[in-house]
Design a protein around this ligand. Structure first.
Ligand SMILES: Cc1cc2nc3c(=O)[nH]c(=O)nc-3n(C[C@H](O)[C@H](O)[C@H](O)COP(=O)(O)OP(=O)(O)OC[C@H]3O[C@@H](n4cnc5c(N)ncnc54)[C@H](O)[C@@H]3O)c2cc1C
Length: 534
């Protein structure tokens, strides 16, 4: 039997990205910037493990995209195009493309395409959602992307699975206890070298750190041991990205550091319905991918995964020490580290986290949960969004929350959607105990003694601020949120250090306000630098 992530099937409700095609005028634009090439049947356009590949627009002909086992993932014909998220992120190539009918095509190098996406709104409106949807499709397939080979009961396995999930990498997990192939692989390694991570193209890493895995996949900037910048932004959610866009576009040398994956909480949202300018809603991935592209367009540098570990106040420049020893000296620092999900106060929770208890519901989780009994805990909008997404993917979902009804904490339209998608709602319900073995959940017991047979649990219990690392450097409230307003709207108790978004005491906890605060800080930074220069 194979590890759990090898089961699962396809997900209903995800739009088929195969049918998107380029218009005549878009092909003409691409032809001006790219190179026209021809390819014969059987020729490979790119291959698994290649460091990069160009964007390919098909003028005529056809190509099939294959996974590592040679199974066809998708086929593109006249006016179609090849590519997905890794054209933007720079991740290693996960698939192979083979010509199936003689092809005439335009190859556009990645950097040129990225420039074009900044300038050409109609092209970015076509390509960005297609790239995002294709990535989601790959996340639901077996045999694509990286393989994590490690035992279920290892915290290191869970760390790497969580990181892959947050990176939105397509991945499979092989448990050596259940899978003979995996058992043979781990025999070659010492226990402290596990888990193994196999990359597309065959490279094998032994217990890599998150940073090592990122770099091996070709993602992210490598920082110098000491960097000096005008504005250091800590956190790559909407507040940090907002500050990076405005900071860099207004001439500040801006560096953004993110401890996991750019996009923050917003990036994990299935659909953001209330962000200005997107009446039909937008996925968190697409919104934040656009913001990342925009920040880079203006010259902001983004570095992941690097975690801020200490803030050392200075005269003129504050220094932020990062977890792996680098340091950044900055004339102004923005704290935009947001908040982290609250955990359930139940025994043994960590054994289940990442295996059958999750804090976000994306395509990999939906893949796992099809036709399974699933509990979603929380009474807010994010719990509702997750419950609806999982129910649409075929899970039997029960939403558990503490209050007498949902109206106080959840938007009316989402309460209606819960009903529409058959989500059972259990009022006045609190989880007291998890039951199961080896990280595999079998059921939960509620405080009123009721027992529910649930195989997966999703927790949306609110969040606490990511500020412990700050110590006494800036003033915080009793819950740890950063106090602002000492001298100006968003400045902390330490001059030159600002806070924006969810990390700030009294913040509104919405994408739009986080972006607005990030943008506002840039104005205060300019005033501070001008005063220092005078
Ligand atoms: C599932 C879900 C759905 C949501 N839906 C909506 C919605 O529909 N509409 C809406 O307006 N809002 C929504 N929200 C709320 C919205 O996403 C947040 O208010 C917003 O993301 C806050 O942005 P932020 O930049 O302040 O923080 P975050 O988005 O939390 O980003 C903070 C970032 O800082 C990083 N970080 C933390 N510590 C460190 C460190 N020490 N060093 C470096 N980096 C660090 C984190 O990894 C994270 O990426 C939703 C939230 C969730 C979880």
């Amino acid at each position: 039997m194979t590890g759990r992530y090898r089961r699962g099937g396809s997900l209903a409700g995800v739009p088929d990205p195969a049918h998107r095609v380029l218009s005549e005028s878009q092909l003409a634009t691409l032809a001006e910037l790219g190179e026209e090439r021809r390819a014969e049947v059987g020729e490979k356009l790119f291959e698994i493990g290649d460091a990069s590949y160009p964007f390919i627009a098909i003028v005529e002909g056809e190509a099939a995209v294959l996974d590592a086992a040679g199974h066809e993932v998708i086929r593109h014909g006249d006016s179609g195009f090849l590519g997905e998220m890794n054209l933007l992120s720079g991740q290693t190539v996960f698939l192979t493309a083979v010509v199936t009918e003689p092809m005439r095509y335009i190859a556009v190098e990645r950097e040129v395409l990225r420039g074009l996406l900044f300038e050409d709104a109609s092209l970015s409106d076509l390509l960005l959602p297609a790239f995002v949807q294709r990535r989601e499709m790959l996340q639901q397939r077996q045999g694509v992307g990286v393989e994590v080979v490690g035992p279920r009961d290892s915290a290191e396995t869970r760390r790497l699975l969580e990181f892959a999930r947050r990176l939105r990498l397509p991945y499979s997990w092989l448990d050596p206890v259940e899978d003979a192939e995996a058992a043979a692989l781990v025999e070659r390694a010492a226990p402290d070298e596990l888990p193994l991570v196999r990359l597309p193209g065959g490279i094998e890493l032994r217990r890599p750190s998150n940073g090592e895995l990122s770099r091996a996949l070709g993602i992210g900037l490598v920082l110098a041991p000491r960097e000096e910048v005008d504005l250091l932004v800590l956190g790559g959610g909407p507040a940090g990205l907002g500050a990076a866009v405005y900071g860099a576009s207004e001439g500040l040398d801006t560096l953004l550091i993110e401890s996991t994956v750019l996009g923050g909480q917003a990036g994990s949202s299935r659909r953001i319905e209330n962000y200005l300018g997107f009446p039909a809603g937008i996925t968190g991935t697409e919104l934040t991918s656009r913001a990342i592209a925009q920040a880079r367009k203006f010259g902001a540098r983004t570095a992941t995964p690097y975690r801020a570990a200490e803030l050392v106040p200075g005269n003129g420049r504050h220094v932020v020490r990062l977890e792996d020893g680098n340091e950044v000296a900055a004339r102004a620092v923005l704290l935009a580290t947001g908040a982290e999900y609250r955990r359930l106060p139940v025994e043994g929770l960590d054994e289940y986290e990442g295996l059958s208890v999750f804090y976000a519901a994306g395509p990999p989780e939906a893949r796992l949960c099809g036709a399974q009994r699933v509990g979603v805990v929380g009474g807010g909008n994010s719990a509702a969004q997750a419950a609806i997404w999982l129910a649409r993917g075929g899970a039997l979902v029960t939403l558990l929350h503490r209050r007498a009804d949902l109206t106080e904490t959840m938007s009316h339209y989402l309460i209606e959607e819960l009903e529409r998608y058959g989500v059972a709602v259990r009022n006045r319900s609190e989880v007291a105990e998890l039951r199961g073995e080896d990280g595999e959940l079998e059921g939960v017991t509620l405080t009123d003694g009721a027992e529910l047979p649930l195989s997966f649990l999703f927790l949306f219990l609110g969040a606490s601020p990511c500020t412990e690392w700050l110590g006494e450097a800036v003033a915080r409230d009793e819950k740890g949120f950063v106090l602002t307003g000492a001298d100006g709207l968003l400045e902390t108790s330490l001059p030159g250090v600002y806070a924006a978004g969810d990390v700030r005491a009294g913040s509104i906890k919405r994408c739009a306000t986080a972006v607005g605060e990030g943008a506002t800080v840039v104005r205060f930074v300019h005033e501070r630098l001008a005063a220092a220069a005078a």
